[in-house]
Design a binder for this molecule. Structure first.
Ligand code: NAD
Length: 260
C-alpha cells in the first residue's frame, strides 16, 4: 500500500512510535525514525525496518524541543528519500504531579515535545505534501485530549492543544489531498506508562498494583491495556486512499474510556 512513499515518525525508538514504523515498513514505506535510546539498539531497529520494507530506513536524532532540528529532520527526509508523504507526530513525555509541585521546566518540556514540535514538523512537511497533492499527518494525542486526570496538567493541556492544531491544519490542507488527524489512545502498555507508575504511587500514596488496577485500568471499561499494534493499525488505515475523507478528526482507541 505504501510502496514509493516516505513516512516520518517522531519518537519511534520505542512504544507506539515503533509500532507505527513497523506497520508502515510492512507496507513497503521508506522510514525516517527518530527518538532517544542506545545507538546499538536504534541501529538494530533501523536495519530491521529496512529489511522489512525493502526501502530506505534512516535514523534522525532530532530533539523535539529544538525547532531547527525538527525542520532539518523533515528536509533530510525529502532530500534523502525524495518525498515526505506521511508525518506522524508521536514523540511524547509525561510528568505526574499536582500543579503546585509541578516543576515549570517539566511543564515547558512537555509542551515543547508533545505539542509545539508537531507545529514545527507540520510547518516543514505541509509544503512537500501540498506540492505532491498527497499527504497524511497523524498525531498521537490521547484520551487526555478529551478528558482530564488530576496531576497531569501539562500533558492534558498539550494533548488538548494537539487536537486544535490538527483541526486547523486539516482546514488549511483540505483541498490539497492532505489529511490531518489525531489518534487518541487510552492506556497502552509502553515504557511511558510503566515509567509513570512510581510517580503516581508517590502522588496518590498507592501500591504498584493499586495504580495499575485502580488508577490506570479504572478508566478503561475493557479492563485491558490497548496494544501499540492496535494503534498502528488505525494509522495505517488513515494512510489508505479509502480514508481520504477523514480529516480534522480525533479518533479514539481507548477501550471505551471516553464513552464513560
Ligand atoms: P515511549 O516512552 O515508549 O516513547 C516515546 C518516544 O518519544 C521515544 O521514542 C522517546 O525517545 C521519544 N522522545 C522523548 N523525548 C523526545 C525528544 N525530546 N525528542 C525526540 N524524541 C523524544 O512512549 P509511548 O507510550 O509509546 O508514547 C508515544 C506517544 O503516545 C506519546 O505522544 C504519548 O503521549 C502517547 N500516548 C501514550 C499512551 C500510553 O498509554 N502509552 C496513551 C495515550 C497517548
Amino acid at each position: 500500500v505504501l510502496k514509493g512513499k516516505t513516512a516520518i515518525v517522531t519518537g519511534s525508538t520505542s512504544g507506539i512510535g515503533l509500532a507505527y514504523a513497523r506497520a508502515f515498513a510492512a507496507e513497503g514505506a521508506a522510514l525516517v525514525i527518530n527518538g532517544f535510546g542506545e545507538a546499538e539498539a536504534i541501529e538494530t531497529i533501523r536495519a530491521e525496518l529496512a529489511a522489512t520494507s525493502g526501502a530506505a530506513a534512516l535514523y534522525d536524532a532530532a530533539d523535539m524541543t529544538k525547532p531547527d532540528e525538527i525542520a532539518a529532520l523533515v528536509e533530510r527526509a525529502a532530500r534523502e528519500t525524495g518525498r515526505v508523504d506521511i508525518l506522524v507526530n508521536n514523540a511524547g513525555v509525561q510528568h505526574v504531579a499536582p500543579i503546585e509541585a509541578f516543576p515549570p521546566e517539566r511543564m515547558e518540556a512537555i509542551l515543547a515535545i508533545n505539542l509545539t514540535s508537531a507545529w514545527y514538523a507540520m510547518r516543514a512537511a505541509v509544503p512537500h505534501m501540498k506540492a505532491q497533492r498527497w499527504g497524511r499527518i497523524i498525531s498521537t494525542a490521547s484520551a487526555h485530549s478529551l478528558v482530564a486526570s488530576p496531576n497531569k496538567s501539562a500533558y492534558v493541556m498539550a494533548k488538548h492543544g494537539l487536537v486544535g492544531l490538527t483541526k486547523t491544519i486539516a482546514l488549511e490542507t483540505a483541498q490539497h489531498g492532505v489529511t490531518v488527524n489525531c489518534i487518541s489512545p487510552g492506556y497502552v502498555w509502553t515504557p511511558l506508562v510503566e515509567a509513570q507508575i512510581p510517580d503516581t504511587m508517590t502522588a496518590r500514596g498507592l501500591t504498584r498494583e493499586q495504580v495499575m488496577n485502580d488508577v490506570l485500568l479504572a478508566a478503561q471499561p475493557t479492563k485491558e491495556f490497548v496494544t501499540p499494534e492496535q494503534v498502528a493499525a488505525l494509522a495505517l488505515f488513515l494512510c489508505r486512499d479509502e480514508a481520504k475523507a477523514i480529516t480534522g478528526a480525533n479518533l479514539s482507541v481507548d477501550g471505551g474510556w471516553t464513552a464513560a
